[in-house]
Write a new protein. Sequence first.
Length: 346
Amino acid sequence: MRARLLSSLAFVVALAAVMATTSSATFSGSNGRISFARYLPETNSLEIFSASSTGSNVTQLTTSGQDHSSIYSDWSPDGNTIAFDSDRPGDGTGLVQIWTMNWDGTAQTQLTTGPGFHGDPSWFSAGTQLAIESDWGNPALEGIWLIPSSDADGVTQGEATRVTTTPSNAAFDEEPQVSPTGQWIAFTRVKRCSDIQHGRLAGTQHGCISAIFVVHPDGTGLQQLTSWGLNADEPDWSPDGQKIVFDSCDSGRPGCKGAILVMNADGSGMTRIVDSPPVGNVGHDFANFKFDYRNNPTWSPDGTKIMYTHWANGTSLVTVNPDGSGETTVVGGDAFQNWADWGTHA
């Protein structure tokens, strides 16, 4: 589950909720630019950056303002547009809204409008529609929704189509990821949270557990693919739609391992490709929050690499082969950076 780092959150809060996060669907093509969120201490904000597929030419794309953040980005199938979520002021009607921009950060436009939370955009292959998580300002409306990818007046609840209804024994549905064929949406269902808030700052101390589900865009065919005990989330489809990569132990529960796993699209053939040492009980000493941990995977457009965040005295975006071999740092450094997505734009 992705930690929504909203207004007035300090970096230590980012670390406190670091395990709760998100990735996106990858469309087939050549490996182009990647996008990711990076923390800027001077404005206490998270901003979306992009870099080449080799980690060069790092460029800041968003400027959300003091104590505001833009976090989760998703590349369009043609590689020319990025959808993202942000709590920047915008029209002032919602806590978090969906925005779009050109691949180079120009033409940033608020897409959703109205009260509540709207996040985790994921493109359909035709490029005309997005799957998102939203509650439209009403907890009873929490779930996965479909919206058009452009609307001059802004997308309202009346123009959206509901896909899932979060059951009474769950907290929320998040991280929708549309399959390359558009026939399925993988998403994460979260439950047993003792403290639910839009900030999604639900972690070990709040007892959340999660599992990956799939559903057709019309809401039919709901299936649970992973057990609750695995505490899985962050699904991402392979470009051919045959596999799903995801992580486990994203809550950072002491004793569990932050692993990267791959399974078939129906949940069979689950394989742990990258493992981490067990998480220690760090308590609230986030100034000394040092461990070896891996999460938030995304597939490369050509299907030959998987990128994820590696926590080890800082955060780096690294790649491995689909069998877990050949770990290579792509974007390193001292900055806090996370939530990568991989597009096809050169």
